[in-house]
Design a protein around this ligand. Structure first.
Ligand SMILES: CC(C)(COP(=O)(O)OP(=O)(O)OC[C@H]1O[C@@H](n2cnc3c(N)ncnc32)[C@H](O)[C@@H]1OP(=O)(O)O)[C@@H](O)C(=O)NCCC(=O)NCCS
Length: 192
């Protein structure tokens, strides 16, 4: 079973209606209204798009995503987000209905120096949360970095961020008993 199939299967196990009906390809999911949601790598032309997305997140989601109170990304962070390297990349999640795509999520991952551990962080726009897209993003990253040789996924999550902790635990991460920052918990999952 592929990671994407797993994502859809977990959707099918949800109670009530789900927007995720079928996977069009590894990087696209069909919505019940006929639209679809896609994942693509961020590129240099996305600076304004990503900055607007971050500004439009609720302050709570921004705080959880960036582990502190920020209102927008710095020029350096925007450059990093839009210029992938061999061991790091950012992803943009977009919904497509009629007309222009609408950014509804993002993720960033980077590999450790030995290439074996991949740290990741993600967010989904507030109105699109709790519909399976965060799970889909993590599945997507897991498949991608596994093919690059990564053996573990790692995520730093604030103690107060129960939704993200539930998400990663459901995905099979476990909390390490220590952390360099007392506000943050470090979660790890072995990639099999
Ligand atoms: C964490 C986040 C990315 C999850 O994305 P999402 O698309 O809402 O997650 P999913 O719909 O795939 O949820 C999967 C599981 O996570 C848990 N979960 C997600 N949101 C939750 C919430 N608000 N309350 C409780 N559990 C939650 C649930 O177990 C859920 O499964 P269920 O819906 O079958 O119960 C999203 O809430 C977010 O963007 N938060 C702000 C940024 C952030 O916290 N990033 C993580 C730190 S880097």
């Amino acid at each position: 079973m592929t990671s994407i199939t797993l994502a859809v299967k977990s959707q099918q196990m949800r109670r009530g209606p789900t927007p995720v009906r079928s996977v069009l390809a590894n990087n696209s999911i069909r919505l019940p209204d006929g639209g679809h949601v896609s994942i693509r790598p961020a590129r240099p032309g996305d600076i304004e798009l990503i900055q607007t997305y971050v500004r439009d997140l609720s302050s709570g989601s921004r705080y959880f995503r960036f582990l502190g109170a920020i209102s927008e990304l710095t020029t350096t962070e925007l450059h990093r987000a839009t210029h992938p390297g061999p061991s790091n990349a950012s992803l943009v999640l977009e919904s497509h209905r009629d007309g222009a795509p609408n950014m509804i999520g993002e993720a960033r991952w980077h590999l450790s120096a030995d290439g074996r551990t991949c740290e990741l962080a993600a967010s989904i726009a507030d109105a699109w949360q709790r519909q399976g897209f965060g799970t889909w993003l993590i599945n997507h990253i897991a498949a991608q970095v596994k093919s690059l040789g990564a053996r573990h996924l790692m995520a730093e999550i604030l103690h107060a961020n129960q939704p993200a902790q539930r998400l990663v635990r459901k995905f099979g991460f476990h909390a390490l008993p220590f952390s360099f920052d007392p506000k943050v918990m470090c979660f790890v999952k072995e990639l099999r």
